[in-house]
Design a protein around this ligand. Structure first.
Ligand code: HEC
Length: 469
């Protein structure tokens, strides 16, 4: 089998070198065409470059996957996993910042346009700004300029790459480790392939339902649209919480919103803009509905930004996803954060709102309230470390050790190790948080920790985490 992987890897690398070389030559050609104003060839070159870039991205993904197949089962698997997670996460955050940053920028541009003073007829508004030591002046056209400029800047790759890197991360963190991260037999006994299939299928199903809603008459009634859309979304959250681990449920809900956002860009916003450019170039009739469709999807994406960010980071905070009803927490987080976006939009437009902000903040705070820890029974007897140490040894050390024995977590997760009593004492705060309050450790309770043991750990920590008795 290894030979097959090596062979494929070699082939992919050759293709990558070939693509890199072609890209280099095309760049030179592109420069020449620009100098000679050779429009016809320039278009072809740009299309070919896009194709080659796509092949390069796919080639990198393929080679990473082949390297993973080669290292699987070796001592390097855990290390490879950590580094691919780190690199892809870095890319995902960077593209996401670029995408959401440009989205915020254009919304504030739109809201801040001067639409009244000293405007030429063809303009919808203009905008003065100072940034980075320079003055900028922008104009927005009512429809399109008479001549479409040669250098027109598009904003789409930020979105596509955020999505692609996000899906890669979903694979790296949840799907390659489906048994530990995606599925918990106590919640739903799925096979890894069924779980992964359901996860991917749900993202596209969500998009199809949402897209149908946008194309129906419902989109003419924004409030009803928002309400029904929200109910649909929470149904997805509900199903996710009943088939996946709570963390994976949170992540799929975030990925669902992210998928809808990117496909809005890919299937509606960019095609509408392309049609607008074509119509302006050829001087043909432009259906105004196209612009309206794109505007509606942009507006939805704008409302999705804060919820998707909140959900993505709350996935690192077990007090949110370890609640008994993860879908309820998702509902509160989504509503509260979208409400704050609504408030910001109103504010940029100069509209006053009294209730939107306080209600949204109250919603978020009520999530903090309902996820707060419950008080345990009082501890009558002193719990000694002699009783605690064996619990940690039998329930945690499989993963949290300098030399883990777990098959999947071959490196101590987050570098947390409980080999020495001093480490257990030093890290007792977090042990309380994860093994007693949120109970999401041991991972999927794979080592069968009992409620009594959790209670003993709580008492030992409440009594001062003493390791000398
Ligand atoms: C099957 C492997 C496994 C077992 C067993 C396990 N953990 Fe974990 N633990 C993980 C993984 C994976 C992470 C990182 C993901 C996360 O934060 O949820 C983690 C993270 C943690 C963290 C967060 C560390 C940080 O700094 O962010 C704490 C605390 C923790 N575990 C405590 C425990 C305790 C206490 C036990 C035993 C009662 C235990 N774990 C048993 C796999 C395990």
């Amino acid at each position: 089998m290894d030979y097959l992987y090596y062979g494929l890897l070699g082939l992919v690398l050759v293709i990558l070198v070939f693509c890199g070389n072609s890209l280099y030559n095309l760049n030179i050609l592109e420069k020449k065409c620009k100098e000679n104003e050779d429009e016809r060839h320039l278009d072809k070159i740009i299309h070919t470059k896009q194709l080659i870039n796509t092949v390069i991205v796919l080639g990198f993904l393929m080679s990473a996957f082949l390297v993973y197949c080669l290292l699987k089962g070796s001592i390097y698997e855990g290390h490879f996993h950590e580094w691919s997670n780190l690199i892809v996460r870095w890319l995902h955050i960077t593209f996401g910042i670029a995408w959401i940053g440009s989205s915020f920028y254009f919304i504030s541009l739109e809201n801040g346009l001067n639409r009244t003073k000293d405007l030429r007829d063809e303009l919808a508004g203009n905008y003065w700004a100072v940034h980075g030591g320079g003055f900028y002046y922008l104009e927005k056209y009512n429809i399109a300029p008479k001549v479409i400029p040669k250098e027109l800047h598009w904003f789409k790759y930020e979105s596509y790459f955020t999505w692609v890197s996000g899906i890669c991360l979903l694979f790296i963190v949840y799907y390659f480790n489906a048994k530990a991260m995606l599925i918990d037999p106590k919640i739903c006994d799925l096979t890894p392939s069924k779980g992964i299939g359901l996860g991917i299928f749900s993202l596209f199903l969500g998009w199809i339902l949402y897209d149908r809603m946008c194309k129906s008459n419902l989109s003419k009634f924004p409030l009803a649209f928002a309400l029904i859309g929200f109910i649909f979304a929470i149904e997805f959250a509900f199903v996710y919480s009943h088939i996946f681990t709570p963390r994976a449920a949170f992540m799929h809900f975030g990925a669902l919103i992210g998928t809808i956002m990117t496909l809005n860009v890919f299937f509606v916003i960019i095609p509408s803009q392309k049609a607008m450019v074509e119509a302006a170039k050829n001087g043909t009739y432009l259906n105004p509905q196209l612009g309206k469709n794109a505007g509606l999807r942009s507006l939805h994406n704008n409302y999705f930004t804060l919820p998707v960010l909140f959900i993505m980071i709350s996935n690192h905070f077990p007090s949110t996803f370890s609640h008994e009803y993860p879908w309820l927490i998702l509902a509160g987080l989504s509503l509260g954060s979208a409400g704050i976006k609504h408030y910001l939009n109103l504010k940029e437009k100069g509209e006053q709102s009294i209730w939107v902000f306080p209600i949204s903040v109250l919603l978020l705070l009520s999530v903090a309230f309902i996820t707060s820890p419950k008080k345990g029974n009082s501890c009558s007897d002193t719990v000694s470390f002699k009783e605690i140490y064996p619990i940690i040894q039998s329930r945690c050390i499989q993963c949290h050790s300098a030399s883990p024995t777990d098959k999947i977590f071959t490196v101590a997760p987050n570098g947390v190790m409980y080999d020495k009593p001093e480490d257990i004492k030093r890290l007792s705060d977090k042990i309380l948080q994860r093994a007693v309050i949120t109970k999401n450790m041991p991972q999927n309770n794979i080592t069968n920790m009992t409620e009594d043991e959790r209670d003993m750990i709580r008492c030992w920590i409440e009594q001062g985490s003493n390791i000398d008795n």
